[in-house]
Design a protein around this ligand. Structure first.
Ligand code: BES
Ligand code: ZN
Length: 461
């Protein structure tokens, strides 16, 4: 392992350049004009896996963007198998003017690499890819069987994942999964994430007159879709942030006293989070409740709202329609299909009769939660300690990765979320960045982790 670690350290510069080549491909999964680029990224990665010595790397089609599946088979079949997951699709770069350097021209400033996808999730895919390369180059083999799935639709809610997983069920047999697509608690504190929120993503459209009409002529008698939409939205939550949809909290599993204690013991300072987003007050300032609201309670948020005239100067109209996108982050025991139905029924019920309201369920994913008492977590702890020089903490996260729950249900094997991002690395936002020290220490940790995993006893079928 000493030589593997030395190889990782020695090749850091090249590992950054290799990642840069991947960042240059604008694989934005949500934009149809980028469809070819998304495919090109999958093809690029296929070559990367073959180049480091993987036995197979295959582009597997779905109804949407393809999945890249790569495999390295150990000559000794009794060795355990790990399945690593990441995604190669990225979020759109808008608002482009806010970027200090172009999003698809990766740039190092200080000890950070800037570019779209550097942390979410190409950089984290490369952390594994390069740790695997180090093992393969130094030892001519990996310590265990490795399967690596890189998805191309994670950022759009993995709409084709379930049928894909069913179709290729056999190829996924593994003893554990590793997913690196989450942040660490903070710089210098390696973290294992044991819970993710689920998601229900909805769209409300309100329609009024057949087209925009004069607001002087029609104002007072004609209901205004923009006003009606605001009325609806204002009834979704109260001013304390409590969601008012009947039944919304019914299935929420309460936190145990043990978990509350664990969450309260984390080295979290509310003021640090204020600095990150530059606000002077949060909805919740009590430190214990702050952590729970950030990760462990469900939410409802308007993600975007449009309607009427917002251009230069004034244009006195009543708009013909208005639209809002609303996301609800869900926690254990909430079911996204059930929540979507509750949302629809409630919005229909509170909608003014003077407008036409339609509600669409855009996509959803289940929450993830794992009891981290399985022995594999001891190995993960050891590996992170070697990589970062200190023991990791166990955290939850507020974001969602639909794959994790789906796969855990299917395989019935533990998922270990080893994230190497930082909370202020601007994922989904302008100036997305990756801390290069974490890039390096992440690779070391992964290289150690594969080694630790190969020592674990697993019963082969
Ligand atoms: N890397 C994130 C997931 C994430 C972000 C986990 C922050 C923990 C903290 C992932 O790429 C992502 O953005 N997922 C989407 C999924 C959604 C479209 C179903 C998300 O959370 O919005
Ligand atoms: Zn993301």
């Amino acid at each position: 392992m000493k030589q593997v670690a030395a190889y990782i350290t020695k090749n850091q510069k090249r590992f950054i350049q290799d990642l840069n080549a991947c960042i240059r491909i604008p694989s934005v999964s949500s934009q149809s004009k980028r469809k070819k680029e998304v495919k090109r990224c999958a093809e690029f990665l296929k070559k990367e896996f073959l180049k480091i010595g993987f036995h197979t790397a295959e582009i597997q089609p779905t109804k949407g963007h393809p999945v890249l599946f790569a495999e390295w088979k150990h000559p000794d079949p009794s060795k355990p198998t790990v399945l690593i997951y990441g995604h190669y699709d990225v979020q759109p770069e808008d608002p482009i003017d806010e970027w200090k350097t172009p999003p698809f021209e990766p740039t190092v400033r200080g000890n950070e690499l800037f570019g779209r996808g550097v942390i979410d999730d190409k950089g984290q895919v490369y952390i594994h890819l390069k740790a695997l390369e180090a093992h393969l180059k130094v030892n001519k083999e990996l310590p265990l069987n490795v399967k690596f799935m890189v998805e191309g639709e994670e950022e759009i809610g993995s709409p084709n994942l379930e049928p894909y997983l069913k179709k290729y069920r056999k190829q996924f047999d593994a003893d554990w999964m590793i997913i690196s697509d989450t942040p660490m608690l903070k710089k210098g504190i390696p973290s294992i994430c044991y819970g993710l929120r689920g998601l229900s993503y909805m769209e409300i459209e309100v329609k009024g007159p057949f087209q925009d009409v004069h607001s002087g002529q029609w104002g007072g008698i004609l209901d205004n879709p923009a006003n009606a939409l605001i009325q609806i939205i204002s009834k979704l939550k109260n001013d304390k942030g409590k969601v008012l949809i009947p039944g919304f909290y019914k299935d929420v599993k309460p936190l145990s006293a043990k978990e509350k204690k664990l969450l309260s013991s984390l080295p979290i300072k509310v003021s640090d989070y204020k600095k990150m987003v530059q606000v002077s007050k949060f909805l919740e300032e009590n430190p214990a409740e702050f952590v729970r609201k950030m990760w462990a309670y469900p939410t409802l948020d308007v993600n975007g709202i449009v309607g009427g005239y917002t251009g230069e100067g004034a244009k006195t109209i009543i708009p013909e329609s208005a639209k809002a996108k609303v996301s609800m982050r869900l926690v254990p025991n909430q079911d996204h299909n059930k929540i979507a139905k509750l949302f629809k029924d409630y919005v229909k019920k509170i909608a003014p009769k003077t407008v036409k309201v339609s509600v669409k369920d855009l996509h959803g994913g289940e929450p993830f939660y794992i009891h981290f008492d399985h022995p594999v977590f001891e190995s993960a702890k050891k590996a992170l300690k070697k990589g970062f020089g200190r023991n990791p903490v166990f955290i939850r996260e507020g974001g969602s990765i639909p794959f994790v729950n789906s796969m855990e249900q299917m395989l019935n094997k533990p998922a270990i979320l080893l994230g190497f991002g930082l909370p202020d690395e601007n994922a989904h936002a302008p100036n997305e960045k990756l801390n290069l020290e974490n890039y390096h220490k992440g690779m070391l940790s992964c290289a150690y982790f594969y080694e630790e995993l190969s020592k674990l006893n697993v019963r082969k079928k």
